[in-house]
Design a protein around this ligand. Structure first.
Ligand code: NAD
Ligand code: LMR
Length: 323
């Protein structure tokens, strides 16, 4: 049985990376057959045709079918996995609340189309910013789909944190585990190293607290802006890579004795308000995720988790009338 993977904004920077990596088998393994369903806005359809032509030219073994469309109802038909990447970027003079409103329209239409057309077992990952609140809007417009199907991406932040820590500790990022990103995919996110392990051993005592607070946390929080400044464009290959990591681990499971960060509907764990999409440490098994419970939270962590929670509650208040 083949799986249908929908990518929105598929002619954009991230979409251009994502489509080829998924079609080549990097999401579900080379043995799983894939139908790619690519959605764009009408003016980008010609460019999207070019992407589809290149996908054909790769002659990927796992790619069965490519459909392109500017109609969300068509693009989400029987979709098993949806990567919601396409979003309106912030234009000159645009306030954050304007950006929220513009994207709210896109994500409410796509939520409705998912509700009407997709597989009932769909897994949705929102990448387009503001990702957490866009995911909340899509979820609220899809009442017939289980709410746990709607997630937003903080895996890029998680991976960025591991890379910074590996460089500081002089190890490889794969030797580190139990990193957590709490909250929003924005500069208020809280990269938390309290439970970090190196080769299975707790490592916090080996890290300088001033470095964590004054260097590491702001670096991870602002890494997106640092990339934009260097490239003149926002991160794309690393974002696509993190999106595949997120969806693959959700589907195939997380490694033993480790967890990942996913922005998911809050169930009230750790005192975080219900009704927002908040990043938690999660383990995944058999296609489902569970929040890691009973972690010790010190005062600094509690305050940091509340700051990013407040931002998400403010974002929600700005688009509440559209939910
Ligand atoms: P891009 O501008 O290169 O591509 C976006 C594409 O989306 C464009 O081709 C555009 O035509 C399309 N699009 C716009 N509205 C659409 C709609 N209603 N339906 C379908 N397609 C639509 O941007 P990009 O670099 O690929 O980034 C995409 C989004 O991902 C941005 O919002 C960016 O801020 C965000 N992002 C998030 C993370 C994260 O970690 N969560 C990381 C990097 C980028
Ligand atoms: C990132 O973290 O790289 C992006 O979310 C930055 C952006 O604003 O597109």
């Amino acid at each position: 049985m083949s799986k249908t993977v929908t990518i929105t904004g598929a002619a954009g920077q991230i979409g251009y990376q994502l489509a080829f990596r998924i079609a080549s088998g990097q999401l579900l393994g080379a043995d799983e057959k894939i139908n790619l369903s690519l959605l764009e806005i009408t003016p980008a359809l010609d460019a999207l045709k070019g992407v589809a032509m290149e996908l054909e030219d790769c002659a990927f073994e796992s790619l069965v079918e490519i459909t392109i469309s500017d109609d969300p109802n068509e693009a989400f038909k029987d979709s098993d996995y949806a990567f919601l990447v396409g979003a309106k970027p912030r234009g000159p003079g645009m306030e954050r609340s304007d950006l929220l409103q513009e994207n709210a329209k896109i994500f409410s239409a796509q939520g409705k189309a998912i509700n009407e057309n997709s597989s009932r077992d769909i897994k949705v990952l929102v990448v387009g910013n503001p990702a957490n609140t866009n995911a909340l809007i899509a979820m609220s417009n899809a009442p017939d789909i289980d709410q746990s199907a709607f997630t937003a991406m903080t895996r890029l932040d998680h991976n960025r944190a591991l890379a910074q820590l590996a460089s500081k500790l002089g190890c490889h990022s794969s030797e580190l585990s139990n990193m957590t990103i709490w909250g929003n995919h924005s500069t208020t996110q809280y990269p938390d190293v309290s439970n970090l392990k190196l080769e299975g051993e707790k490592i916090l005592s080996r890290l300088d607290h001033a470095w964590i607070k004054d260097n590491f946390i702001p670096r991870v929080q602002n890494r997106g802006a640092e990339i934009i400044k260097a490239r003149g464009l926002s991160s794309a290959a690393s974002a696509a890579s993190a999106a595949i990591d997120h969806m693959r681990d959700w589907t195939l499971g997380t490694k033993d004795n480790d967890w990942v960060s996913m922005a998911i509907p809050s169930d009230g764990s750790y005192g975080i308000s219900k009704g927002i999409i908040y990043s938690f440490p999660v383990t995944c098994e058999s296609g489902s995720y569970s929040i890691v419970q009973n972690l010790e939270i010190d005062n600094f962590s509690k305050e940091s988790m509340e700051i990013t929670e407040t931002e998400l509650l403010d974002e929600k208040a700005a688009i509440e009338h559209l939910l």
